[in-house]
Design a protein. Structure first.
Length: 315
């Protein structure tokens, strides 16, 4: 016993000597850069959140700019692959020419829903510049092509439209409990999704407004294997209770359009984002106190306790 311990000690002592000799030969600068590389690869971000949008809800949120609705198909569309908990630098530039080999697939699955007939290049550029660059220190994602290929491979391998379908959740005029949607993804994917939902405002005196499934977000480790999402900290409307029902509509929500046609106040017509929508709603309703405001904001897509307005939906 004593002997083997001594052996170990002398082994680690000689290892230490070797290390010291190596260190002596390294300059301060090269040590620093060696450490920076390690830091870059391991700590620049923790994991990916893969966000997919339901085209019809997205268009409803963004009318009137999303006007070519005949181009939409009832299949989840890629919104983005977002590095989460980014600590390092976001580097590099969007390089459209690299995307040639995957462009036809991207055009199909990563549409710019704001402009379904146009060139999605600007949207891809936005997503890469804002999110993709933050993964580029990792050599697995260090080019525009690698980043978009990663998103496509995830999309093709983990089909959330199919996950829902397998659990009997299909686009139509039925609404589904948020808990059922979450469970469907959980059982097919292994982890719960983050849900983003949308409820187009509620007038005084109204008890509730229908809520719509807007986005499903699932998370991945850097090796692109599934993992759980941590709280993203994004100020986006979330289903208040898992008991809430969400519509998963294969067309633009009808009730909403009836309201617009009836020439009732239509916040959607006036704004391009939920934030503006809410701002314009405040403007119109002029709540006098926070409690009043809170009452107005009580919506299926917002936590009762959380009276803060969404900061921005500019992701
Ligand atoms: C669709 O919306 C875009 C952006 O708002 C606008 O430029 C275009 O003229 C619209 N097209 C139609 C057919 O309304
Ligand atoms: C874009 O990528 C291609 C292929 O890797 C490369 O040849 C080209 O120089 C890049 N363009 C820019 C502006 O970096
Ligand atoms: C990306 O990483 C690969 C190693 O996988 C390396 O050969 C290549 O030079 C890197 N490209 C850039 C732009 O850093
Ligand atoms: C995903 O699943 C849906 C529903 O089954 C299907 O229509 C669609 O083609 C699938 N998408 C891909 C890329 O396989």
């Amino acid at each position: 016993m004593a002997n083997s311990c001594t052996g170990l000690l002398s082994l680690s002592a000689s290892a230490l000597i070797v290390l010291l000799i190596v260190m002596e030969h390294l300059t301060r600068d090269s040590m620093a850069s060696a450490m920076a590389v390690t830091k870059g690869n391991e700590e620049t971000f923790e994991y990916f959140m893969f966000s997919q949008e339901w085209p019809y809800t997205f268009c409803t949120e963004n009318e009137p700019s999303c006007n070519n609705t005949d181009k939409l198909v009832p299949i989840f569309n890629i919104h983005g692959l977002w590095p989460e908990k980014v600590k390092g630098d976001c580097q590099g530039e969007f390089n459209y020419s690299q995307l040639k080999p995957v462009e036809s697939q991207l055009r199909k699955y990563w549409m710019d829903l704001l402009n379904p007939r146009g060139n999605p290049k600007d949207f891809w550029n936005h997503e890469y510049t804002k999110h993709g660059r933050c993964a580029s220190v990792d050599s697995r994602f260090n080019s525009t092509l690698k980043y978009f290929q990663s998103a496509l491979s995830i999309y093709l391998k983990y089909n959330v439209t199919q996950f829902l379908k397998s659990a009997g959740i299909v686009p139509g005029s039925t609404s589904y409990k948020a808990s059922k949607i979450i469970e469907a993804v959980n059982s097919a994917f292994g982890y719960k999704p983050e849900i983003d939902c949308f409820a187009p405002g509620k007038k005084h005196g109204e008890k509730s407004k229908p809520a719509y499934l807007a986005e499903l977000r699932i998370c991945f480790s850097k090796d692109l294997t599934p993992r759980e999402c941590e709280s993203s900290g994004r100020e986006v409307p979330q289903p208040r209770h898992s008991a809430h029902t969400l519509y998963y509509d294969p067309e633009l929500p009808r009730s909403f359009h009836r309201e617009a046609e009836a020439n009732v106040y239509s916040p959607i017509k006036m704004s391009r984002s939920v934030k503006n929508l809410i701002a314009s709603w405040i403007e119109t309703e002029r709540p006098t106190a926070v409690s009043e405001r809170k009452r107005i904001w009580t919506s299926p897509c917002k936590d009762d306790e959380d009276v803060q307005l969404p900061e921005k939906l500019n992701y």
